[in-house]
Design a protein around this ligand. Structure first.
Ligand code: PLP
Length: 221
């Protein structure tokens, strides 16, 4: 079994070194534990090791695991990092502190209505399909400037950053560079990019959130 505490310390060391060496890593880098398929026990170990940001992929799985943990932990921040269907928006707005997967107009409209209704502003990341993969969620790079403007100006949504999942077979660096460039020209502060295999590259390229699953918890079943 992976010792989360040791892993966490190791990753913090790598990120601290990167922050010192890299000109782009000027903002604090948050480590987000991707806790899909992990038991409440494993999540508790991560929290006890010092992790305060968590990401879940499915609304329903999060609803089963998180209400109890959130009631206990005032300072844990729960992010939705998987696709969001419009019929789950109500539950997602109620449960999550951050939603990282805004990627289409219908969802923007639905989120705006629901946040208004619940009087709860949930900070949002727009997911960008940097590799233009047909099967993958995310706004295409050529459409993203207009989509960001639409979300901000028309729907008045609290968009704070961008998120991407590069194609598995590609070098990740060009995708991270593209995301960084889009964020910069749109004056967005946060970048959620980098996973177990490539988080240090992402950190060097301006990530403010790295999303780590296997490197913390071990291989998923
Ligand atoms: C599972 C997942 C991660 C973490 O992936 P690992 O390779 O296990 O680090 C990051 N981001 C998203 C969106 C995920 O679904």
């Amino acid at each position: 079994m992976t010792d989360i505490k040791d892993k966490y310390a190791e990753i913090c060391q790598i990120l601290a070194r990167t922050a010192k060496e890299s000109s782009l890593a000027i903002k604090p880098i948050h480590l987000l534990a991707a806790s899909k398929q992990q038991s409440p026990l494993a999540i508790r170990q991560a929290y006890n090791a010092g992790i305060r940001h968590f990401g879940e992929n499915r609304v329903q799985e999060a609803q089963e695991k998180w209400p109890e943990l959130k009631a206990e932990w005032a300072h844990a921040t729960l992010h939705l990092i998987g696709p969001l269907q419009t019929n789950k928006v109500k539950e997602a707005v109620a449960l999550f502190d951050v939603i990282q997967t805004l990627d289409r107009e219908k969802l923007a409209e639905s989120l705006a209505k629901e946040m208004d209704k619940q009087k709860k502003q949930v900070p949002l990341f727009i997911q960008v399909n940097t590799g233009a993969e047909p099967q993958k969620a995310g706004v295409l790079p050529e459409a993203v400037d207009a989509f960001i403007a639409r979300c901000r100006d028309y729907y008045k949504l609290p968009v704070i950053g961008l998120m991407c999942i590069p194609p598995a077979e590609d070098e990740p660096a060009p995708h991270f560079a593209l995301l960084h460039e889009i964020a910069k020209r749109n004056k967005l502060d946060d970048l959620s990019m980098g996973m177990s295999e490539d988080f240090d590259i992402a950190a060097r390229m301006g990530a403010t959130y790295v999303r780590l699953g296997r490197i913390l918890f071990g291989e998923r079943a």
